[in-house]
Design a protein around this ligand. Structure first.
Ligand code: HEC
Length: 188
């Protein structure tokens, strides 16, 4: 009996630690993929602004951002994207889990946490299937204001009106949470 209890307790700890390690390695991998995304998008944006100004860069955000996200998603077998409470493209609208996390990020920021360090992950079960979900906040930087601030140049604004008639992603200030990266990793 004693041996049985020992094994029971031991296996519980093994399962618990493996689970914790699994979750932290999934989070680490998510962080790394987001870094790649940010680097690729930043390069593409800077290049576009240099060659054709911010109107041209709109196209980069419209086409390149989802393209990079899809590339990483396919490579990893995940779902990766960007979302926001005040989204520009309705395709990026948050689901209920994401909305809860976005609100949690706003509360944590209000309590003094730095937006650039805000992240959250959880293993959820949906329709009997387990998934690791991860989100990382995206702070608004100075360079974002041309297209997301409250003084958007008129050429940019007109182009945005054309492409996104229901645009909510304006009026942000430096340091605000613009939105978040979101990742779903299905667990087999
Ligand atoms: C040249 C204009 C431009 C600049 C500069 C820009 N964005 Fe955007 N942003 C867009 C467009 C256009 C979209 C919609 C993309 C789409 O259709 O998926 C977008 C979408 C987003 C989204 C996805 C959620 C949503 O609103 O649909 C996030 C998050 C975001 N931008 C963050 C940023 C951040 C952070 C910066 C600065 C580092 C930035 N953007 C700079 C034009 C811009």
């Amino acid at each position: 009996m004693k041996t049985f209890i020992f094994f029971l307790v031991a296996s519980f700890f093994i399962v618990a630690t493996t689970h914790a390690e699994d979750v932290s390695s999934r989070a680490a991998e998510s962080r790394k993929a987001i870094k790649t995304f940010v680097k690729e998008l930043k390069n593409a944006l800077q290049q576009a602004i240099k060659t054709g100004g911010p109107e041209h860069a709109i196209q980069v955000c419209e086409e390149k951002a989802p393209e990079i996200a899809t590339g990483i998603s396919e490579e990893k077998g995940w779902l990766m994207g960007r979302t926001s409470v005040k989204f520009r493209n309705p395709v990026n609208a948050p689901d209920s889990w994401e909305l809860t996390v976005l609100r949690q990020f706003e509360e944590r920021k209000a309590r003094g946490e730095d937006p650039k360090d805000l992240e959250y992950s959880e293993v959820i079960v949906k329709n009997g299937k387990k998934a690791f979900r991860y989100m990382k906040a995206i702070p608004t930087k100075g360079m974002c204001l041309t297209c997301h601030g409250d003084k958007i140049p008129s050429e940019v604004s007109e182009k945005l009106n054309e492409l996104y008639p229901e645009d909510k992603a304006r009026g942000f200030k430096k340091g605000d949470i613009r939105g978040a990266f979101t990742i779903i990793q299905h667990i087999k």
